[in-house]
Design a protein around this ligand. Structure first.
Ligand code: NAP
Length: 461
């Protein structure tokens, strides 16, 4: 038997620590040896809840199933794990040291069975090292982050070179992040998320709900909305009241106006708006009110919706997160042809230009409304229904390297929940770090171009 006993202190209440650890699928955020962890049992974690883990050991993916065998809130969590040829028994004891200070004793026993038991002795130092890294990761995840980490010199050089930058867009970039913890709870806060029926929006809604926020899922299809709300509740254990839905076709300006007015009436206080709905189209097409579709959903919708929700956001001193794309690096604004009429249609270009414009209006809003925190971000490359539909060849070729949706949504959730970015309103983020908005010559938006863009938006929405 391999045994590990580690004790750490963290600046968090014992209730928060218990809540974080009882949902053992958070282990993917703090244990570097866990590639993915999924809660199999719907609802709030309880004795009998099961979790599937995929361990990452020297590049090999090893499946394991954990079961909560006992929960004694907020002091003790017992877990039993079973893999192919090995089993684990983890006991986590929590002791309050003060209102915001907790001691965590992590005791783990690992047993190899059958032929593998012969290598148990050999494996001992490696397993103990991995266990210590996991507990150190837990300590980091439960320590609220107060400062933004800027990319180091090597990373800054890499992000200016195409291939290394692209590698960072894959799951390698996410897995390389040092701190993936999300322990800032959001009880009592309300978050409105557009495009929350699939992909990144749904993943963000799940995580924000697990952090205790009331979420409002905005989508255009009532059936998909009902399914998404159920997934969120299953994931987080939230009640029906904590997961609301709102139906709106967001490529239509009249619908966005209706949605904005109605959401502002329903929710006079909104803590976070995530403008996530977006799409890339292969063919030129127009929305119900005659705008090019990519422009309508990726720029005009967030522009109008944010404007209509400003009073509710100001009331909460809230946050706006605009989901852009790394694709914007490849395009400048094209102010004399916003509707893409003067050249043969290229969906990627139309999408990239709209996303660049969204980043520029984010900078403008940050200057205009200091009481609200504004940010734009890009998620890297994540496997979602949207990517599968709009970029099928890219999706096929890149399948092995793409992030999953929760990896793509991570920076959105962090921007919605962490204190650290609050003093950096208007910035563009990727993997929880501020990033440059232009890399190629001629793609940066000048002050004059931004003014022209704002005038165009005012005249056309
Ligand atoms: N995945 C990536 O690698 C990636 C990379 C860069 C940027 N992004 C950006 O990340 C955001 C989310 O992308 P995703 O990959 O998660 O896309 P997705 O899988 O297609 O999900 C998009 C969501 O937006 C909704 N939506 C689209 N058009 C809408 C409309 N007209 N009205 C109302 N809702 C609408 C979709 O609803 P339906 O299910 O009804 O269509 C869906 O809920 C987008 O802004 C995208 O541009 C993604």
């Amino acid at each position: 038997m391999i045994s590990l006993q580690e004790t750490i202190r963290v600046p968090r209440s014992v209730g928060d620590c218990f809540r974080y650890l009882a949902d053992f699928s958070t282990s993917e955020q703090w244990d570097p040896g866990v590639y993915r962890a999924t809660k199999l049992t719907a609802g709030e974690p309880r004795a009998g809840s099961e979790f599937d883990l995929i361990l990452n050991s020297a590049g090999r993916r090893i499946p394991m199933r954990y079961t909560v065998t006992a929960l004694d809130a907020p002091r003790r969590i017992d877990l039993q794990g079973q893999g192919n040829g090995f089993s684990a028994h983890d006991v986590i004891r929590l002791r309050p040291l003060g209102p915001q200070s907790t001691e965590i004793q992590y005791h783990a026993e690992l047993r190899f069975q059958g032929p593998a038991s012969h290598v148990e002795k050999l494996m001992n130092p490696l397993m103990v090292r991995m266990g210590k890294r996991a507990v150190a990761g837990l300590q980091q995840a439960l320590t609220p982050q107060t400062e933004v980490q800027y990319p180091g010199l090597a990373e800054r050089v890499a992000q200016r070179l195409l291939l290394p930058a692209a590698l960072g867009f894959t799951e390698r970039g996410y897995l390389g992040m040092k701190n993936k913890g999300l322990p800032d709870y959001l009880d009592g806060q309300r978050m409105v998320i557009t495009g929350a029926t699939a992909g990144l929006g749904l993943a963000a809604a799940c995580e924000l709900s697990r952090l205790g926020a009331a979420v409002v899922l905005v989508g255009r299809d009532s059936l998909k909305l009902a399914r998404a709300a159920k997934s969120v509740r299953n994931f987080s254990g939230a009640s029906h009241e904590q997961v609301a839905t709102f139906e709106a076709e967001l490529s239509s300006l009249s619908e966005v106006k209706r949605a904005g007015a109605e959401l502002a009436r329903l929710y006079p206080r909104i803590d976070v708006l995530i403008n996530n709905a977006g799409a890339l189209f292969a063919e030129h097409g127009t929305s119900a009110d005659g705008h090019e579709r990519a422009l309508a959903i990726n720029l005009l919708c967030p522009w109008l919706l944010t404007d209509l929700l400003l009073p509710s956001l100001a009331e909460a001193r809230g946050r706006v997160i605009n989901v852009s794309s790394g694709g914007m690096y490849l395009q400048p604004l094209k102010l004399d042809d916003m509707q893409f009429l003067n050249e043969p249609y290229d969906g990627s270009k139309a999408y990239a230009r709209a996303k660049r414009a969204l980043v520029s209006v984010t900078e403008h809003w940050a200057q205009q409304h200091p009481e609200i925190f504004f940010s734009s971000m890009h998620p890297g490359w994540a496997a979602t229904p949207g990517v599968e539909k709009s970029l099928p060849a890219f999706n096929r070729r890149m399948q092995r390297w793409l992030r999953d949706a929760r990896m793509g949504a991570d920076t959105m959730v962090w921007l919605a929940s962490s204190e650290a970015p609050l003093s950096h309103s208007g910035k563009f983020w990727f993997d929880r770090q501020p990033r440059p908005t232009a890399l190629l010559p001629g793609t940066a938006v000048s002050a004059a171009q931004q003014a022209e863009l704002l005038q165009w938006l005012a005249n056309n929405t």
